[in-house]
Design a protein around this ligand. Structure first.
Ligand code: KG4
Ligand code: ZN
Length: 342
């Protein structure tokens, strides 16, 4: 079996060809970071236009690297939820066009399930049932994953996603987009105890939700002064930037790790799978490893190249193929997070 997987949920245009045993025959990721950097975040209209330009060359190059042609494929899979509406549409329309042209069946991929499935691919063995944690630019959520395709939402951010907070705080500190890697780098020279930023909801054991907007505002007020928004005129020293970055990162990581552990406690599950762009963060990875070891939890964190968006994690389509879950050409995009099971 060979499945072409397509990923255009946000600002990466990606495709891959996956085989029976989840082996990757070829994979291409065209990043749009350079296009969005000047704005300090993803501009949806620019993202969808860039996907239109890149999708066919990315698919062509993926097939070339895989050493196959369209006729060697058994299905076409595409991430149709959640994500930016315009971006999702480019991937979906491309996948449908390929299906119409070739007669291949269409498979729908849930981008969040795919982020967790990145851990399954890397592990090379079963990881379910587990707590699935997705920490990315658009999402921060915890799921009870009974099986690869059976996810139940336990908690999610009630405002900003973790990655969004990294990106916005980076912009306040004059660091480049994407903010996560820039904050991580600056934080290496900083003191994580220099500022005591709020850890919203962390003390509330009733909920598995996250909130990062208060943390973001706290950083803003620390830079500009209480109640003041204008910090254009304020210049920070390199050490001040490093201390703010380290203190912010510590607070964000505390919240993420704390709720992941609470999810394990509440469900009695003993395996944790974490994926998404923020799971690339070295401090987050180290803290998760520490906590997991202390509690005897089996931990899978997606390898770095599978944390940020890619089409390899679309290998979850192999599970759908085996279960006979194919879609009609009526399949639509579903941009928002679905809070019910699925
Ligand atoms: O999963 P992803 O590529 O896209 C979404 O589905 O959102 O995640 C992108 C996010 C960005 O917000 C970026 O700043 C963050 O992941 N990120 C990081 C790191 N690398 C990427 N955040 C913290 N530390 C990192 N090392
Ligand atoms: Zn993602």
């Amino acid at each position: 079996m060979r499945i072409l997987t397509i990923e255009t949920t946000c600002d990466e245009t990606a495709a891959a060809v996956i085989g029976d045993d989840l082996e990757v025959l070829g994979s291409v990721v065209a990043s749009q970071d350079d296009l969005h950097r000047v704005y300090g975040g993803v501009v949806p209209e620019i993202a969808s236009r860039a996907h239109v330009e890149r999708i066919l060359p990315v698919i062509d190059e993926t097939l070339r690297r895989s050493g196959i042609t369209l006729t060697d494929l058994d299905a076409v899979a595409v991430a149709n939820t959640p994500g930016l509406a315009g971006s999702l549409l480019v991937g979906l329309v491309s996948a449908k066009a390929l299906c119409v042209a070739t007669g291949l069946p269409l498979i729908a991929v849930n981008h969040l399930q795919a982020h967790v499935y990145a851990c399954r691919i890397a592990a090379g063995r079963e990881v379910f049932p587990c707590i699935g944690m997705i920490v990315s630019g658009g999402h921060s959520s915890l799921y009870r994953c009974r099986e690869a395709l059976d996810f139940e939402l336990l908690g999610a951010t009630i405002d900003d996603a973790a990655g969004e907070a990294f990106d916005k705080v980076a912009s306040m500190l004059g660091l480049p987009y994407p903010g996560g890697p820039a904050i991580q780098k600056a934080a290496q020279r900083g003191n994580p105890k220099a500022h005591r930023f709020p850890r919203a909801l962390l003390g509330n054991r009733e909920v598995l939700d996250f909130s990062f907007s208060g943390l973001k505002t706290a950083v803003r007020y620390t830079i500009a002064g209480p109640g003041k928004q204008d910090f254009e005129s304020i210049s920070l020293t390199e050490q001040q930037v490093a201390d703010l970055a380290a203190s912010f990162q510590e607070a964000a990581v505390d919240c993420l790790v704390g709720k992941a552990m609470l999810a394990l406690e509440k469900t009695g599950l003993t395996t944790l799978c974490a994926g998404g762009g923020v799971a690339a963060n070295t401090r987050f990875r180290a803290r998760l490893e520490e906590e997991a070891q202390q509690r005897g939890v089996t931990l899978h964190i997606a390898p770095l190249q599978l944390c940020t968006d890619n089409a390899v994690m679309g290998a979850i389509a192999v599970e759908r193929f085996r279960a006979g879950h194919f879609e009609s050409l009526e399949l639509d995009v579903l941009p928002g997070l679905v809070r019910k099971k699925g």
